[in-house]
Design a protein around this ligand. Structure first.
Ligand SMILES: [Zn+2]
Length: 79
């Protein structure tokens, strides 16, 4: 779907931006740089991926089902 996997600015790996109140796992993963915590304020369109190195954020086009599914799977996994 054309979703970038790497930062176009610095070529670092992009990580998912997770909205809502993070659970313990979320906080842990944010500290490890695996995800970015986006806070609990949902906007009509939110960035879904971000660069931890330079702060670049990927804003998906509206109704990007691939991204929605990606984030849903990310949040629903129970490791
Ligand atoms: Zn970057």
């Amino acid at each position: 779907m054309g979703t970038p996997r790497k930062c176009p600015e610095c070529n670092s790996k992009l990580v998912p931006i997770v909205f809502g109140m993070p659970n313990e796992q979320g906080v842990q993963e944010a500290q490890e740089g695996k995800i970015i915590l986006g806070g609990c304020c949902m906007m009509p369109i939110n960035p879904t991926r971000g660069c931890t190195q330079c702060g670049w954020e990927y804003m998906p086009p509206p109704e990007d089902e691939f991204e929605e599914q990606y984030l849903r799977e990310l949040l629903s996994r129970d490791e």
